[in-house]
Design a binder for this molecule. Structure first.
Ligand code: FAD
Length: 456
């Protein structure tokens, strides 16, 4: 059984400037009734809450309660790599092979629309969250992989998947100069962004609270009743009391099986590691985001920050063979030991011009991703549980998927719009058939290291 979020998580750099709502509770006890209960205060829960309140048109705002087991936004969103990177070709190739070009393109376009949606949100809400829209460069460092990736990009172009046209390819001759990465054999670049995710989410939670939402941090949803009561409501138990509600939205990411055990085989907590690297001597700063790939399973991702530092995540190659260190493991209160020293000298090793930078690891932390067994998020009405909705399982790639999924869920919950009209890609819909599939991409990836894993 999946554990609840661990206490005393390692501090992440994103959580070094805490918002006044970080430990907020609206009242000592939770309300006994609420129109909507949202479990989780990461980007998914915040988006659902924000959009329910935005869509509301009546005179009185709906009664909306957000429950958070730890501090606000202390899960994956507050501990990630800050990469807002819509994928136009990489995992999209796999989706095209499995679900057809149309379904794959739907996902690519949905992800792309996150850059505009989040840019517009940041502008309209005037959010101070360091959003930068730039280019992502996927740097290939292995000749066989590089050839394979180029071939699958050509295939996507051949079958007419539009998003593949957005990828700019730099071949071996220019790759090292283009990317500044030592040994680069090919670069695949396209629009992407980076952001301070905690600041974005806390601002949104603040707006929700201003509009009447009740926020309870340090208040885990302990369980949801197996059946509705006589007045058609679910009961949600918390240490601050019990709430009756018609609608529960489960936005608890990796920890979903703790409140929805029927997802135990489908959403698994997977540990990841990120760090902040700071140069001590002047260095020509990076302006684009990166993925450095030595193979499908050996890769890191990196975003530059305006202060000259970089946030780097990855290191999976150092610990994936020891499954207990990462699979079905919710310890974000401990460092992943085998990855501890991986980032020492990372920039000096991999980037031209950083050799004399004196760059050092300033902070390193662990985070818990919610991996889905079929690599797709589970979004929509929970099968067999009318009034319960799930938005979880983003498999290490939630930043270009969760915000508009939250908008879609809000429309489904508050306005009764069917999934098909929610704007969410069809293959993200949670269904009984998906729950029953005997499939585990996560373990397959580990067994066969040439298969795709996280897609950051
Ligand atoms: C190390 C790391 C690096 C990553 N890098 C990137 C990246 O660069 N780009 C990218 O796109 N994605 C990245 N991801 C993935 C991305 O962060 C997630 O997909 C996304 O943040 C998921 O958001 P969420 O709101 O669904 O989940 P979360 O942010 O995890 O929020 C879920 C919240 O629910 C709370 N909760 C859980 N159970 C309960 C309960 N029973 N009651 C009350 N509250 C509960 C948790 O405490 C948590 O705050 C990374 C993840 C990690 C861990």
């Amino acid at each position: 059984m999946t554990a609840m979020p661990a206490q005393h998580a390692l501090p992440s750099w994103w959580r070094t400037q805490l918002h006044q709502l970080d430990d907020y509770v609206s009242s000592k006890s939770v309300p006994t009734e609420s129109d909507f209960v949202i479990i989780g205060s990461g980007i998914s829960g915040a988006s659902v809450a924000y959009h329910i309140l935005q869509q509301h048109k009546g005179p009185k705002p709906p009664r909306l309660t957000i429950l958070e087991a730890r501090q606000a936004c202390s899960g994956a969103t507050g501990r990630n790599g800050g990469h807002l990177k819509p994928d136009p070709y990489s995992f999209i190739s796999k989706l095209a092979a499995q679900y057809g070009p149309e379904a794959a393109e739907e996902v690519a376009e949905f992800e792309k629309s996150h850059v505009d949606a989040i840019s517009n949100l940041v502008k309209s809400e005037n959010i101070d969250c360091d959003l930068v829209v730039t280019k992502a460069i996927d740097v290939q460092l292995n000749p066989r992989e590089c050839k394979k990736v180029k071939a699958s990009l050509d295939h996507l172009l051949g079958i007419g998947v539009k998003s593949a046209k957005r990828v700019n390819v730099t071949d071996r001759k220019e790759a090292e100069v283009r990317s500044r990465v030592k040994g680069a054999l090919g670069c695949f670049s396209y629009e992407a962004g980076h952001i301070w995710p905690y600041k974005l989410v806390l601002h949104i939670l603040g707006r929700c609270v201003e509009q009447g939402a009740k926020l309870y941090t340090h208040t885990p949803a302990q369980c949801i009743s197996p059946e509705k009561d006589a007045s058609d409501r679910w009961t949600v138990d918390t240490p601050r009391g019990t709430i009756k509600t018609k609608y529960v939205v489960i936005a608890s990411n990796a920890y979903t099986p703790a409140v929805l055990p029927m997802y135990s085989n489908n959403i698994v907590p997977v540990r990841g590691v990120c760090c902040r690297i700071v140069p001590t001597l002047p260095v020509k700063s990076l302006t684009e985001t990166y993925t450095l790939r030595w193979s499908w399973s050996e890769f890191d991702y990196l975003i530059p920050r305006e202060d000259g530092s970089v946030i780097v995540g990855g290191a999976w190659s150092k610990y994936y063979r020891d499954m207990d260190t990462w699979y079905n493991n919710t310890n974000d209160n401990e460092i992943i030991e085998p990855a501890k020293e991986y980032f020492d000298g990372y920039m000096q090793r991999n980037f031209h011009g950083w050799e004399e930078s004196g760059a050092y690891v300033d902070q390193i932390w662990t985070g818990i991703m919610g991996y889905s067994a079929d690599s797709l998020p589970h979004i929509g009405q929970v099968p067999g549980k009318p009034g319960q909705f799930i938005i979880a399982g983003f498999t290490g790639h939630g930043m270009p998927q969760a915000w508009l999924s939250g908008k879609g869920i809000a429309a489904m919950v508050a306005e009764g719009i069917p999934f098909a009209k929610s704007g969410i890609p069809r293959i993200f819909e949670t269904t009984q058939a998906r729950l029953e599939k005997n499939r585990n991409d996560i373990l397959e990836t580990m067994g066969e290291v040439t298969k795709p894993s996280a897609r950051l």
